[in-house]
Ligand binder design. Structure first.
Ligand SMILES: Cc1cc2nc3c(=O)[nH]c(=O)nc-3n(C[C@H](O)[C@H](O)[C@H](O)COP(=O)(O)OP(=O)(O)OC[C@H]3O[C@@H](n4cnc5c(N)ncnc54)[C@H](O)[C@@H]3O)c2cc1C
Length: 269
């Protein structure tokens, strides 16, 4: 099947794009098109008008001593290849390299992935793991949305239909930061069946679980155990906390997520 017919608008500025979305509630913005076009081809989405965000870039990058800002338009491949300066001691390039396969990574973007909010998307779990904030621009101006408030359900976010996700603020990791990441999937290039992430960098100590058919979760008890007793203590707590929290999954699903988190903890370096 192919997409239903639609009009195409080449965005010229952020203000132009927001005005176009306000003027036409049936319009949809897009970046890489790697999730939107399959959805349109299956006719699960039938936007009357597509607004192309690529011409306006959204590929900004800025950093201060503690945080950095990553524009929405950076592709997974640019992050993987280090074309975007890495401030996470290798975490972001490592995650990017595990997303889909190279053809998708060449076009798919960091911001498009967050906006699409597939529960199995890697960047959503990174956002929760690092406690980032999403930046949006709409008719009322710019605003920031905390990681914990961003995803409201499967494929649903706090973004209004006429808001553009412009980028994300993330903490800058130090040279002594330790992190671990585990993606469980059946074959290279497939979406995750389970995601686990852990980071320990001074006051930043967080463990997260993703690909849980809902918003990624921060594992508070496991994070506390990691801080207090290191990896061995956290490894003991993680499967128990996953089993307690992920009651919407069956026993195998809970065990799989627990195993992903344990592997992420054991892989911390
Ligand atoms: C075969 C295949 C395998 C994949 N495997 C993985 C995987 O393992 N892990 C993973 O994380 N992802 C995976 N993906 C998804 C991929 O990462 C996509 O690139 C990503 O989900 C969407 O990015 P995009 O830039 O292509 O977004 P688009 O397809 O352009 O847009 C996606 C959605 O977000 C909206 N949107 C886009 N940009 C904005 C914006 N700036 N503001 C507001 N709304 C916006 C669009 O309206 C649309 O609804 C896979 C995709 C394919 C096709």
């Amino acid at each position: 099947m192919k997409a239903a017919s639609f009009d195409y608008h080449r965005g010229t500025s952020l203000a132009d794009v927001v005005a176009s979305l306000v003027a036409d509630p049936d319009a949809r913005p897009f970046l890489g098109g790697q999730s939107l076009s399959p959805t349109m081809n299956l006719r699960l989405a039938r936007p009357a008008r597509l607004i192309d965000l690529k011409p306006i870039g959204l590929r900004d990058f800025a950093a201060d001593e503690s945080r950095f800002h990553l524009g929405a338009g950076h592709t997974h491949a640019a992050i993987e290849d280090g074309l975007v300066q890495d401030m996470t001691r290798g975490l972001l390039p490592h995650v990017a390299a595990g997303i889909a396969y190279r053809g998708v990574r060449n076009r798919g973007t960091f911001g498009g992935s967050l906006a699409h909010a597939d529960p199995a998307a890697d960047w959503l779990t990174v956002l929760m793991l690092l406690n980032g904030s999403v930046h949006a621009m709409g008719p009322s101006g710019a605003r920031a949305i905390a990681a914990a408030d961003f995803v409201t359900g499967a494929y649903a976010t706090a973004l209004a239909g006429n808001e553009i996700l412009t980028g994300c603020d993330l903490p800058r990791l130090s040279e002594t930061a330790r992190w671990g990441w585990c993606k469980v999937n059946r074959k290279t290039g497939a979406f995750a069946d389970a995601l686990g992430g852990a980071v320990l960098d001074g006051a930043l100590c967080r463990v997260a679980v993703g690909a849980i058919d809902a918003a990624p979760m921060l594992l508070l008890e496991t994070s506390t155990a990691l801080r207090a007793g290191g990896v061995p203590a956290a490894v003991d707590v993680a499967p128990v906390e996953c089993a307690r929290l992920l009651t919407h999954l069956d026993a195998d699903g809970r065990a799989l997520r627990g195993a992903a988190v344990v592997r992420a903890l054991q892989g911390m370096h």
